[in-house]
Design a protein around this ligand. Structure first.
Ligand SMILES: [Zn+2]
Length: 188
C-alpha cells in the first residue's frame, strides 16, 4: 500500500500536471511524450485547446504572390465554408496566408514545401480534413495556404516557426470548394 502511494506520489512529482490533458473531441487522456502529443490528440488528431474561446482567423495573401483577385476571394469563401477556425486550437490567434497556386500533377510529397518531400508522410493531419497518401497527384486548381495558429508570438531559442502553437499547410481545391489535403505540426 505504502509502495503504491509512493509510486503515485513519485509519478506526480515526475510528470508535471501541465503534461496531462484531455481531448475535447474524443475524451482521451493525453500525456505529453513528444512534441506532437503535446499539441494533438494521439487518437483523433484534434489539436489541444490553448484557451476557451474559438480561434480568431484572419486571411491574408503572401506579399509578392501573384494570385488573381478571384482566386483569393474563392479561397476566402472556401476556408469560411469549411469552418477552418473551428478546426484550429481553441484560444489561438490564427492567420491563414494564401501562398501560391500549385501545378496539377505535383505529388502531395512535393506540395508542402515546409517539409522535405520524404518527411511529408510523417506529418499528421488536421481533422476533419483529408490527409492523403504522399504519392497522390494534385488535380488542377489547387492553392496552398499556410496557417499559423499562435498561442505565444515568440518561439524559444532556435525556434523553427518563430512562435508557439500549431502550423498548418493546406491544399485548397477551387474546383471542389474543399480543403483537399491538410498537414499540421506543433510549433515552438
Ligand atoms: Zn481526441
Amino acid at each position: 500500500m505504502v509502495a503504491v502511494v509512493g509510486l503515485v506520489a513519485l509519478w506526480f512529482l515526475v510528470v508535471p500536471v501541465t503534461a496531462i490533458w484531455r481531448c475535447r473531441k474524443c475524451g482521451r487522456l493525453m500525456l505529453d511524450k513528444a512534441l506532437r502529443e503535446a499539441a494533438f490528440c494521439a487518437r483523433c488528431g484534434a489539436p489541444r485547446p490553448r484557451g476557451r474561446d474559438r480561434a480568431t482567423l484572419a486571411i491574408a495573401v503572401r506579399p509578392k504572390a501573384r494570385i488573381a483577385r478571384e482566386v483569393v476571394d474563392r479561397v476566402r469563401e472556401i476556408l469560411t465554408e469549411e469552418k477552418l477556425a473551428d478546426a484550429l486550437p481553441l484560444g489561438t490567434t490564427a492567420t491563414a496566408t494564401i501562398v501560391a497556386e500549385i501545378e496539377s500533377g505535383t505529388t502531395i510529397a512535393f506540395a508542402h514545401p515546409t517539409w522535405r518531400p520524404g518527411g511529408v508522410d510523417l506529418v499528421g493531419g488536421l481533422p476533419p480534413y483529408p490527409r492523403r497518401a504522399p504519392l497522390e497527384t494534385l488535380p488542377p486548381d489547387i492553392v496552398r495556404v499556410e496557417v499559423e495558429a499562435v498561442e505565444l508570438a515568440s518561439g524559444g531559442m532556435g525556434s523553427y516557426f518563430g512562435f508557439v502553437g500549431v502550423f498548418v499547410s493546406l491544399l485548397v481545391s477551387l474546383t471542389d470548394g474543399k480543403i483537399w489535403d491538410a498537414r499540421a505540426s506543433a510549433a515552438r
